[in-house]
Design a binder for this molecule. Structure first.
Ligand SMILES: Nc1ncnc2c1ncn2[C@@H]1O[C@H](COP(=O)(O)OP(=O)(O)OP(=O)(O)O)[C@@H](O)[C@H]1O
Ligand SMILES: Nc1nc2c(c(=O)[nH]1)N=C(CO)CN2
Length: 383
């Protein structure tokens, strides 16, 4: 493992969760026989996190589930073949940093049976990545077979061998995170300077306790009522999310200028311990579950899940704006919302009392009807 602590934005040393000796048979390597026969790959992973909140609450939701990360690492080690141990290490680091609580990660990948040509003990690639020095490769379980590694005349690789595509380019650091000054690491001693890790941006900050949020759901493809019902179940089943209230079902004319069928819309009041961006990821995962595609802006969709408000957060980032920037002018959001929270107030620019905004929103005439008890009934006709 790489020495040296990782510091939080206040200069305090972060805690560590270490997984060692994770192993799987993989088909990685440059040589044909490595890709045909496979060999053992071993990984050690140390994630740098603040474990105090999890300890205080004794709640797994506030730390990294190491079993989950262990399964992801083993999937990468035994997954689609890549040429370099370095690529595996980057993929593992990327999987670890996908867990929003992880500030930095140390990864060591061992290839103890590597074809080195002389007696040797082990070969290890050890890296540290954080939210500034981001990983340069992601794990793609469906990576297409590579042609570049195959040698003409070489025996066909077994089905399990699916070399990964070229590593993805390094993504730019997230907006608002300053670049680090050049490191003073000392190559002579091998000691690595503590890496200051910037505070996660507002959208990645998990709340100190459960907070309320409002989600808006819409659908106008497939069987919208069925999709919305399933989507609410999916959201209610997501860790860190509790559905407190479901608004009436609204049938609404499509807004946005694209000719398409009416929507069914509803709104959920939820309680969550997820950070705003983690909540957005859950929303996107549920959209994916229902085969959401993004072909035409404001076009028809099987399912749209938008974050309308998140208690205490007003802000704009590249991928998330809170409150939702168009919520104040959408009766298809405001009208169902006012039914479950008559006194709600939409914060931010253009905000105000939700019921009043619903009554004056440009699309208010397009809200054709509201059905109150739609999640329990038999689903028949309009009220
Ligand atoms: N509050 C928010 N809720 C949902 N997505 C948001 C929000 N703020 C920013 N986004 C970003 O908007 C992107 C596009 O979202 P989506 O495809 O759902 O848009 P849309 O439903 O077609 O249009 P609209 O944003 O007007 O509802 C998302 O990938 C997400 O990153
Ligand atoms: N009636 C209605 N119109 C829309 C909707 C929607 O959910 N309902 N969603 C849109 C993009 O999010 C664009 N237009």
């Amino acid at each position: 493992m790489l020495p040296g602590p990782v510091l939080d934005a206040h200069g305090r040393q972060l805690d560590q969760v270490r997984l060692t000796g994770l192993s799987a048979t993989g088909f990685h390597g440059v040589l044909d026989h490595e890709r045909a026969e496979g060999q053992t790959f071993v990984a050690d992973v140390t994630v740098h996190v603040d474990t105090r909140r999890a300890a205080a609450s004794d709640d797994l939701a506030h730390t990294l589930n190491y079993a989950e990360l262990a399964a992801e690492v083993v999937e990468i080690l035994g997954g689609p073949a890549v040429r370099l141990v370095e690529t595996l290490a980057e993929q593992i680091a990327s999987a670890a940093l996908d867990h929003t609580l992880v500030a930095a990660v140390d990864v060591a990948v061992h290839k103890p049976s590597a074809p080195v040509g002389v007696p040797f003990g082990d070969v290890v690639v050890a890296i540290r990545r954080d939210r500034v020095k981001l990983p340069s490769a992601r794990f793609d379980p469906a990576a297409a077979p590579a042609t570049s590694v195959a040698t003409i005349g070489a025996p066909a690789a077994p089905d399990a061998v699916r070399p990964a595509a070229a590593p993805a380019p390094v993504p730019p650091p997230p907006a608002g995170i300053p670049a680090l000054a050049p490191s003073d690491d000392d190559p002579a001693t091998g000691l690595v300077d503590p890496v200051p890790v910037p505070e996660p941006d507002l959208m990645d900050r998990a709340p100190a306790g459960p907070v309320k949020a409002v989600l808006a759901l819409g659908s106008n493809m497939g069987d919208p009522r069925e999709i919305l019902t399933r989507a609410i179940e999916d959201l209610a089943g997501a860790p860190g999310l509790e559905v407190l209230k479901v608004a009436p079902l609204a049938r609404t004319a499509a807004v946005g200028g694209v000719e398409q069928p009416d929507f069914l819309n509803t709104v959920l009041l939820v309680r969550t311990t997820l950070a705003p961006r983690a909540l957005l990821r859950v929303a996107h995962a549920v959209e994916q579950e229902h085969h959401r595609t993004r072909d035409v802006r404001w076009g028809p969709r099987t399912l749209d899940v938008d974050l309308i408000t998140y208690e205490g957060v007003v802000g704009v980032t590249d991928d998330l704006e809170l409150p939702h920037p168009r919520a104040h002018e959408r009766a298809f959001v405001l009208a169902p919302w006012a039914e479950i929270e008559p006194d709600a107030v939409l914060p931010g620019l253009g905000g105000g009392p939700v019921a009043a905004l619903a009554a004056t929103a440009p699309d208010r005439e397009g809200v054709r009807w509201l059905r109150l008890d739609w999640t329990s009934g038999d689903g028949g006709s309009r009220p």
